[in-house]
Ligand binder design. Sequence first.
Ligand SMILES: [Zn+2]
Length: 273
Amino acid sequence: MNKCINTYYNNVTFGSGLTQKTARTISSLSAAQLSDEFVKAYKIDANFKENNVIAACSAICADIYENLSKTFKLPLASTPKRIRVFTPEDLIKPQRNSFGFCIADTKKVLKSEPPFELKSIFFQQHKLSVKDIDDITEEMHKKGINSTNHFLYEYIHEWAHNVHLDWIYNRYGYDGLCPYGRKVYQSEHPRGLKIVRKMHDTKFSSREKEVISSTVGTYAAESNPFELFAETMAKLICDSLDNDTLLPKKNPFDGFSDFSEDFRDIFIRNTHF
Ligand SMILES: [Zn+2]
């Protein structure tokens, strides 16, 4: 069941992939109601700035990850601390990736708000319909950039960063200044943030780039292990979704063994998976 969506809109079902019905359903959802629902259902402080597409896609994404954690017992229960929608003018520093980003450490991001906790997610304000997003994602996938053509791609990707950070900080502790991070990820000799920073600075060799780009696209290959993780998760999760419910119908990690041995080796070596 789609927890966030169904609380307000009983028995919403989705068609095959992105149907007109799905698109219509999403455009009928209210961003303000979904913001309230996010706090109640997931304790996430979300402000969607009246963007119902970002609100609805975030809600479906939250439901997918919760389902993966509850139904498939996967360690994916971590939710983002906050979700914000921004315009370029709101930002203190311009961002390289224009659609969405996630922060690995506490940071002042928006001019109008105090610093955010680590694991906060930001999406850029837009006037696109979900059909436009579907077309853009399809186009980028055709060009070999993104790992999947699914319209939820960007959301599943940002959420995957959040889950990845949670794994790393749980395992190695958090060694930065975020009060929330220090409270949640305690460790005697914390070094998670150092590991995350190293991952951000790691570049792949040309042989690794070839293997990665042919498996999950050029964006991951040209970026770093942090993006490799998010792109791979986005592909695995989107490939596991049921077209009617938009919830996972199988364990996405089952798809991991379909990757080549070379790719699996690069992935495991680089991402602390
Ligand atoms: Zn990313």
